[in-house]
Design a protein around this ligand. Structure first.
Ligand code: NDP
Length: 248
């Protein structure tokens, strides 16, 4: 059975700013109803409001994605309201960088729970109706750091590499049900996350990018929108680096 309707229900975590915001705006432009999730109502609420003002359809949900119980409850309520979520984008993420000997256990747990465990929790509680409908798209946002590793980011690299393993396993579990699971691994993208780096750090990063610029959130949103569409029908279990040629 193939799905023929174009308008879908999408949920984007970390939709309040940066990459998640760009993905939410882009999916809304495609005509989908977008549930914008972020920590604070002020950020996801503003994005949902922008979508509505631009003539799209959206709602906001303030939620700590690292809180598995809260995510389970929220997913149950969303499924009661919408019956199913067709497109899930696990994008919310944080960094807590430090060299290993200075890294606190709390920094490890916060990064693993926010970046990786949240993917497991959302997929666990939202994927069943997708498999029943035999159509679904799950897009997990990792990072090139999950492929290469990075000194000072053992927690972040482990979480992002974990997303890749999770994705490939679930792609195999869900493929026969026509639910695809893919990863986008962004390189360095100009957002609040990278604005936190010093000017000097940003300059040296640009120096190692073959295209000689950081990416934009829209560069990632374009790939996510493609993967969420029927144009990606035969693609699952893949990792797409969008990084200006950094990792080849
Ligand atoms: P930003 O810091 O700009 O935005 C992060 C978003 O995630 C915010 O909306 C924030 O909510 C939300 N968020 C963070 N923690 C939680 C939480 N516990 N519960 C709910 N929402 C949360 O990040 P980017 O846009 O730069 O990054 C987005 C994703 O892309 C991340 O997974 C990141 O690791 C990945 N990435 C980014 C790269 C980059 O160069 N920027 C490179 C490679 C990967 P709120 O607005 O309420 O604070």
């Amino acid at each position: 059975m193939t799905d023929t309707t174009d308008k879908k229900i999408a949920l984007v975590t970390g939709a309040g700013r940066g990459i998640g915001k760009a993905i939410a705006l882009s999916l809304a432009k495609e005509g989908h109803h977008v549930i914008c999730v972020s920590r604070s109502e002020s950020s996801c609420g503003a994005v949902a409001e922008q979508i509505l003002q631009e003539g799209g359809s959206a709602e906001s949900l303030a939620l700590d994605v690292s809180d598995a119980t809260a995510v389970e409850c929220a997913c149950a309520e969303l499924l009661e309201k919408h019956s199913l979520i067709d497109i899930l984008v696990n994008n919310a993420g944080i960094t807590r960088d430090n060299l290993l000997f200075r890294m606190e256990e709390e920094d490890w747990d916060a990064v693993l729970n926010t970046n990786l465990k949240s993917c497991f929790t959302f997929i666990k509680h939202l994927a069943r109706p997708m498999t029943r409908k035999r159509w679904g798209r799950i897009i997990n946002i990792a990072s090139v750091i999950g492929l290469t590793g990075n000194a000072g980011q053992a927690n972040y690299a482990a979480a992002k590499a974990g997303i890749i393993g999770l994705t490939k396993s679930l792609a195999k579990e869900f493929a026969a049900r026509n639910v695809s699971v893919n990863v986008i691994a962004p390189g360095f993208i100009q957002t609040d996350m990278t604005n936190a780096l010093t000017e000097e750090q940003q300059k040296s990063i640009v120096g190692i990018i073959p295209m000689k610029r950081m990416g934009t959130s829209e560069d990632i949103a374009n790939m996510a929108t493609f993967l969420a569409s029927t144009k990606s029908d035969y693609i699952t279990g893949q990792v797409f680096t969008v990084d200006g040629g950094m990792v080849m």
